[in-house]
Write a protein that binds this ligand. Structure first.
Ligand SMILES: Nc1ncnc2c1ncn2[C@@H]1O[C@H](COP(=O)(O)OP(=O)(O)OP(=O)(O)O)[C@@H](O)[C@H]1O
Length: 786
């Protein structure tokens, strides 16, 4: 019988190279090779029969025309002819002594009896799919069997034969197996496919300690179990009746799961699989986007399929998944491209600039949507920005305390701007003093009413600055001090307000954390968030030179206040170091050295140094930038400010207001002026001079007269009239000569100008609430245009 096989094979060999098979022995040319269990089959690849054809890695004999009429395996009994045709892949036998055919393939012969296989002990791979085999006992005689494909047969008992020693890869899909038997004897099993059977329970695999691929698709499994601690990498349980992902936490090597076509609602259970690369959950019942939390930290995950889950119905489903899982390269069988990822980020976590721009647009639109109204507006015009000091920094930086302390000490100059919040007041907080505490409904109502200039959500609460709050301070004739987070600043930078921004930053993370924990009011996530945001502030400051006018280290709050105070005094040009008793001698000297004119009161100098010259990284810098020298850019900026101020005083450059209004009919609606914070008392007939437009035009009177007579406020270096005359002079050199002699802030520079041609109507400052109460702070000169 074996001879026949050899003969048949021999007929197919070419003349020069003709391996023949004799009961598994191979003859090549004159040589005889004995194949045994130790044969290295790879070394024999080069003696493969030249007439064989490969198909997807497997080797099949070439069909021959003259054999077409031969009936193979009649009655479903495997015969030698069928075997001879199905043998392929010559290799060394397991013992290395012979050459044998290693593969046997006989698909689709309706085989029921495969007893003949017992003669082919050296075969290592058997493929008999699409037959009607139910009895596997002959396989017990193939001790070297490594790969077995018996898919699409009629097998009801799993691997029911004497186990070959090294069986690794078994495909018994599309059979009639109802119950999994104990596979302990199959130590080397690495791949087991039991798809399309009738299995209800996963069992018998406990000792398959080399099992890497397990596929039980299209069965009747209701529960994931029986696979604990196995080295499974690929698990396919699709199309079963599974409701819950469970009992896979010990599968540490799992990187590819297919649970599609089940009844799974939650992704819980997948969270600990750090090397997971691919999850298929198509056609399940995942409904909630929050389920993504279980897989969002799987950094290796590249492919996710949630097709045909209710979650797909969510608006912006795809972008919300991509936002949460930026490492995906394929979602729902579609490739993910970079544009989609950016779109997702912009939609769900836009950069602060985008948030601020949107916030600004929202408030402008709501403001313009309001019906025309007559505003009781104290705020200055576009060209004369209202002086504001914004302390910005992460929560717990101490900026609120600093702001309040500053206002307390400099109450002649500053008022605390009370912003709105939806958070509840704390024990030590007084409503209307610390915040206007309102509920969300009221907050939203105020937004819709166009009352806010900016809003920001922080730790789940809303915060917002209303125009009215600024007005409340301005009406007192004071500049306002406000504290806020970075996003608020970004919005303010979109408005016509031109505050000074001082970054209050704890340099030491420990100090920051300690302060956050001090009162026990912040939760752990809030603390984490604030610490994280401190990093964000540091890098923002680093990457946006000049964004903040100044940075103060607030590790030591007392020290921070000293610096802030000195900065403010420097800015205001006042010389009342009442706090100085607490200042060290070193500070004094430092101050005198670094700010030689700090004790003379001038309007234009010194300005607050900007952070252009203050590179800062959290934890690195130790020196306060207030003491550092000015950078080139800052010098240029200062120069521009000075010349802008001179030009403004001289009246050479039409103020921005006029540049804008001159393009519109003189009868521009009053409400527009109101909207722009220009006041309501302007003379619409238009013939009004500059002095009337000044927001703080009137020198203080009455009870505050005394203030104005104080020495430090009277040392103006240029008289109003002389300034006016110089302005009229055709010779610009006069101005140059007096470049450093600018008027003090006690004088409103806009009152100094020579008579000007009639311009657009301007509001009058006379009679404004608060204008006669205090002397108002100097306007901050326009920002330099780079
Ligand atoms: N209008 C606003 N816009 C943006 N941020 C604001 C606004 N008002 C307040 N904030 C900021 O919101 C954050 C939370 O305010 P909250 O009063 O709860 O902070 P806090 O715990 O008192 O911390 P801090 O001492 O830093 O102010 C603070 O950083 C605060 O400065």
């Amino acid at each position: 019988m074996a001879d026949t096989v050899a003969q048949t094979s021999n007929m197919r060999e070419n003349e020069h190279f003709s391996p023949t098979v004799d009961g598994g022995f191979v003859h090549t040319g004159g040589e005889t090779h004995v194949l045994n269990a130790d044969t290295n089959i790879l070394s024999l690849d080069n003696i493969r029969a030249p007439t064989e054809m490969t198909d997807g890695g497997d080797v099949y004999p070439e069909e021959e025309d003259e054999d077409e009429d031969v009936e193979l395996s009649p009655g479903g009994v495997l015969d030698e002819e069928t075997v001879a045709r199905g043998l392929s892949n010559i290799g060394r036998s397991a013992d290395g002594s012979q050459h044998v055919f290693l593969h046997l393939s006989a698909p689709g012969f309706s085989l029921t009896d495969i007893s003949l296989l017992v003669n082919y002990v050296h075969v290592q791979k058997v493929e008999l799919p699409y037959n009607e085999i139910s009895d596997l006992s002959p396989l017990g005689n193939l001790p070297y069997l490594l790969i077995l494909d018996l898919s699409h047969n009629k097998i009801s008992n799993l691997l029911d034969f004497k186990p070959p020693r090294n069986l690794k890869d078994v495909d018994l899909s599309y059979n009639e197996i109802e119950e999994m038997s104990d596979l302990s004897a199959h130590h080397y099993l690495t791949k087991l496919c039991l798809d399309h059977n009738k299995i209800k329970e996963i069992k018998g695999l406990e000792r398959c300690k080399r099992l890497k691929h397990l596929s039980l698709a299209h069965n009747k499994i209701e529960k994931i179990q029986g696979i604990d601690n196995l080295p499974i990498q690929t698990l396919n349980l699709c199309h079963n009746h599974i409701k819950k992902i469970e009992n896979i936490e010990s599968l540490h090597q799992l990187c590819n799961v297919n649970f599609s076509g089940n009844n799974i609602r939650s992704l819980k259970g997948l969270e600990d699989h750090s090397i997971m690369e691919c999850i298929d959950l198509e056609d399940n019942e995942v409904i909630d986007i929050s389920e993504i939390k279980y897989i969002r930290d799987l950094t290796m995950l590249r492919e996710l399929n949630l097709l045909r889950n209710p979650i797909q119905e969510l608006p912006d489903y795809r972008l919300s998944i991509l936002f949460r899982m930026q490492s995906l390269t394929q979602l729902d069988r579609h490739r993910v491209d970079a544009e989609e990822k950016v779109a997702a980020l912009n939609m769900f976590s836009p950069p602060p600039e985008v948030i601020a721009a949107r916030d600004h647009i929202m408030h402008v639109v709501y403001s313009f949507l309001q019906p025309s109204r007559v505003l009781d507006n104290t705020l200055p015009s576009i060209e004369t920005p209202y002086p504001m000091l914004v302390l910005v920094g992460p929560q717990g930086s101490g900026k609120k305390d600093l702001a309040q302390k500053l206002v307390e000490e400099f109450q002649e100059y500053f008022g605390y701007c009370v912003t709105h919040t939806t958070r509840k007041p704390r024990k030590d907080e007084t409503p209307e003093k610390d915040y206007h505490f309102v509920d969300l409904e009221k907050f939203e109502y105020d937004i819709r009413s166009g009352m806010f200039i900016q809003t920001h959500q922080h730790n789940g609460h809303w915060y917002g600055l209303q125009m009215q709050s600024i007005e409340d301070v301005a009406r007192e004739g004071l500049a306002c001090v406000v504290h806020m987070e970075l996003e608020g600043v970004l919005t303010l930078k979109n408005t016509y307000f031109e505050p000074r921004y001082v970054l209050i930053m704890p340099l030491s993370e420990d100090c920051h954390e300690k302060r956050l924990r001090e009162n026990g009011i912040h939760s752990e996530p809030e603390i984490d968030n604030s610490l994280r945001r401190a990093e964000m502030y540091a890098s923002y400051n680093q990457n946006h030179p000049g964004f903040f006018d100044m940075m103060i280290n607030s590790d030591d709050i007392e020290d921070a206040y000293k610096r802030l105070r000195r900065l403010v005094m420097d800015y205001l040009g006042i010389s009342m170091p009442s706090y100085g008793s607490e200042m060290g001698e070193m500070d004094r000297t430092e101050m005198e050295n670094n700010a030689p004119t700090a004790f003379t009161r001038t309007w234009s100098r010194p300005s607050i140094p900007d952070s252009m010259s203050q590179p800062y990284a959290r934890g690195k810098s130790t020196q306060s930038p207030v003491l550092s020298g000015r950078g080139i850019l800052e010098e240029m900026s200062l120069k521009r400010r000075h010349s802008a101020a001179r030009a403004s005083v001289a009246g050479y450059v039409p103020p921005l207001f006029e540049q804008i209004t001159s393009q519109y009919p003189k009868t521009a609606p009053q409400t527009v002026e109101g909207q722009m914070g220009l006041g309501v008392q302007g003379d619409l007939d238009g013939d009004i001079n500059r002095s009337q437009s000044a927001p703080v035009a009137k020198p203080p009177q009455g009870e505050d007269d005394e203030d104005t007579s104080s020495s430090d406020r009277s040392d103006s270096t240029i008289s109003m009239s002389s300034a006016g005359k110089r302005a009229e002079s055709p010779d610009g050199s006069v101005h140059e000569a007096k470049e450093l002699q600018l008027p003090t802030e006690t004088i409103n520079p806009l009152e100094l100008s020579a008579p000007r041609p009639p311009s657009a109507p301007r509001p009058s400052s006379q009679g404004r609430p608060g204008s006669d109460r205090h002397k108002v702070l100097p306007p901050i000169s326009p920002k330099p245009q780079y």
